[in-house]
Design a protein. Sequence first.
Length: 413
Amino acid sequence: MTDETARVSAGAGSFDFTLESVILLVLGLFMGLFGLLLFSITSGALPYAPDSTYGLFLVIVALQVITMGRTPIGDLRRTWLVVTVGIAVGILGMLACFVPGLLSDVVRTLVGAILVLGGAVLLVQLLLDREKAALWLGVPGILRHLTVACALVYIMAFLLGVVTLVPAVTTDPLTAVLLIIDGAALVYLAWCIEVVRTTFPIQPGPGEEEHERVDRFFFNRDVPFTFTTALLIFLGVLLGLLAVLLVPVNLGVLPFSPDGQLGLLLVITAIQILAIGETPLGPFRRSWFLVLIGLVFVAMGVVSCIVPGYLTELLRVLIGLFNLIGSLVLLAGRVVPIVREMRNASSPPVELPAPLRTLLITQSALNLIGILFGISMLVPGVIPGMVTAGILFFNGLLLFLLAYILVTLPAAE
């Protein structure tokens, strides 16, 4: 893996939405689908898993915080304190997705508080900040659209937060309508942000480039990680936590939600595809076809988290194939050139620098672990549950190591 800026090629037919807009799209799809499904859930036609629903929302919010410093109450410097809080929120969301009933009241209250507080604070900032609504409304065109989109998103967030905290204040059908409106507003906001970005490009002036702040207090220091590195760390936490939980699950001590696990993994995979073109088969240009695939994966992951039992087998096979085929392809692409070079006696072997050798070994080990995990998903029971837990834990450690290598490589600076 390399820096995402080196992977995404601009040009006709390419999707160039920023990470901010991608996450807004994912949230919009999540809210809209939740609203549509809620009609059938209310009538009893579909089952409902509230824990993994709230958990998925918290994980998406945590990704915003960790990768951009974008919190529910506004933008903050991406310090170690902010990232640590984001990881903590993400862990709560993961626990809710994996273990139903463990944190039901906690995650529902946290989601409600995030929506109420975030919606209220951001709406007040929008209305009172002279550089926002007051200025934007005076400029015809996209800035007025941006003002409307922001206001609509913040109002809907506040109303949905109230409904989450006090469900008795409204009916389920009305909640479904609010969710659908919120989903449409989030997509509208993502579009507005991208149009504003291309219409009014901001170029940093002399001396205005961002620099990492050095502070004596560690948690107040800026985090220099790129999206790729931050996501590696987040995935490492996810797989490590999943591995630890699988021990009591296999002993029959804890319940487990395979739908929440599979749905969460698929949504994170989809965000990688949409944000940087990173697929299980390697990086690709973000074409609209690839984006469509990413959005379909988001929808499938969201449905799996909200409605248990309907996509379990499909997603199990899909994620198993992703890991098995993707790992085989990437491993072959790395090993075959080395074997060919070794067979070519006419040319001396190329000695790689130590950091690159470590990177190569780590990536190859990850591919081997991915193959084992893919087999365990495709053929349940062929690998004992405790061994699968060990595989996932080792996978998490390797992801942390890969993130460290990428940060320390000269090319990653």
